[in-house]
Design a protein around this ligand. Structure first.
Ligand SMILES: C[S@@+](CC[C@H](N)C(=O)[O-])C[C@H]1O[C@@H](n2cnc3c(N)ncnc32)[C@H](O)[C@@H]1O
Length: 191
């Protein structure tokens, strides 16, 4: 239970996030409850989830097998570099939404800062959720990320923070855009 996303983050994902973004692609560091919550909230999205520990990878592979939109990778940490997840197929895609809920804090100080390796692949206007952001390490990571990657803090929960990449050259689809695109032509007054 302790390892799962909090109830408040789950409520945020289910109730607030759909008003902010309609992601096509979601990346998640640390699978589990959050994977299922994303799949239920954004059934159209493809979800890529990384697990570094093989026993948890096998456990989640089984538990999430009913969700075809989820691609789960066993992705060991790269201890020759910053002890973040080793790069691979996952690091060649672009994403609209990223949840950073791993690696665990006892891996290495400020280990979750390594998530910035994928920020160039975050679509403009895309969102990053950093879980456990009430911890000193995570607070310091946020202070570094905001200026370095032109991010804006759009929500500060009791134990998680939501950051947005500058939407200036926006290609990320907002909820309003997605709904407009889904609108039948006759509704828009076309013949
Ligand atoms: C915070 S957990 C990810 C939780 C996930 N996002 C969820 O909502 O269920 C991050 C990592 O901790 C490790 N982990 C998960 N459960 C664990 C446990 N019971 N004991 C030790 N490590 C665990 C796994 O490697 C996992 O990827």
């Amino acid at each position: 239970m302790f390892w799962r996303i909090s109830r408040s983050l789950e409520r945020y994902i289910r109730n607030i996030l759909p008003q902010q973004i309609a992601p096509d692609r979601i990346l998640e560091f640390g699978p589990g409850r959050s994977t299922r919550v994303f799949a239920e909230t954004f059934p159209q999205a493809l979800i890529t989830s990384l697990e570094h520990q093989e026993p948890y990878y096998l456990k989640h592979k089984l538990k999430l097998q009913d969700l075809p939109q989820v691609t789960l990778y066993h992705c060991p940490l790269d201890h020759n570099s910053n002890s973040f997840y080793s790069t691979g197929l996952w690091s060649h895609s672009s994403y609209d939404l990223i949840l950073v809920d791993g690696p665990p804090k006892n891996t290495k100080p400020k280990v979750r800062g390594g998530a910035s390796c994928i920020f160039n692949n975050l679509t403009p206007g895309g969102l990053i959720i950093l879980d456990d952001s009430n911890r000193p390490d995570e607070k310091s990571i946020i202070q570094q990320w905001i200026p370095d990657f032109d991010l804006t803090e759009i929500f500060n929960g009791s134990s998680f923070t939501v950051l947005q990449k500058s939407p200036s050259v926006s290609t990320a689809r907002t909820r309003a855009q997605a709904e407009a695109e889904a609108e039948p032509a006759y509704m828009l007054g076309a013949a």
